[in-house]
Design a protein around this ligand. Structure first.
Ligand code: CU
Ligand code: ZN
Length: 172
């Protein structure tokens, strides 16, 4: 045994990997067939939740439904492989400020006349931890129509125009 007692303590305190709680998630959005929407959504842990920051281009002006869907699978040309809204606690569809909602209900992004949208808010439902509410491994989907925040189970937001898997970002 070559290690001193102090060396062993130092080894024991060295984290095997960066703690998930200190890492950022990212989704790079790609257009579904026939669309030209692209963008980036980041998920950053903050004291009271997860800071969501989205920058999206190639939209028609106005509101577009914006959700986390259950599967990290954007392989279908129409985005259908991403599945339903991420809903691990079996809640109704609603808006991001509602107490009872799908964990994936991020509401809408709103594009300007040039088709660009930015969104920044703190989400109090999703997590980035290794638990049932984690957004990691799911996907972000942008829709052609506004989410009305009430029609079940999708907010009547229509076709899927962009999709991006949520993974760990390369940060720090
Ligand atoms: Cu959606
Ligand atoms: Zn929903």
């Amino acid at each position: 045994m070559f290690l001193s007692f102090a060396g062993l303590i130092a080894l024991a305190q060295t984290p095997a990997a960066k703690s998930a709680a200190s890492s950022k998630g990212i989704s790079v959005l790609h257009p579904t067939a026939g669309n030209k929407v692209s963008g980036t959504v980041t998920f950053t842990p903050v004291a009271d939740g997860v800071q969501v920051h989205a920058e999206i281009a190639g939209l028609t002006p106005g509101k577009h439904g914006f959700h986390i869907h259950e599967f990290g699978d954007c392989s279908a040309t129409d985005g259908s492989s991403a599945g339903a809204h991420f809903n691990p606690t079996n809640q109704p569809h609603a808006g991001p400020d509602a107490a009872a909602r799908h964990e994936g209900d991020m509401g809408n992004v709103e594009a300007d006349a040039s088709g660009n949208a930015k969104l920044d808010y703190v989400d109090h439902q999703i997590s980035l931890a290794n638990d049932a509410k984690s957004a990691i491994g799911r996907s972000v989907v942008v829709h052609t129509k506004p989410d009305d925040l009430k029609t079940q189970p999708t907010g009547d937001s229509g076709a899927r125009i962009a999709c991006g898997v949520i993974g760990w970002a390369k940060t720090q």
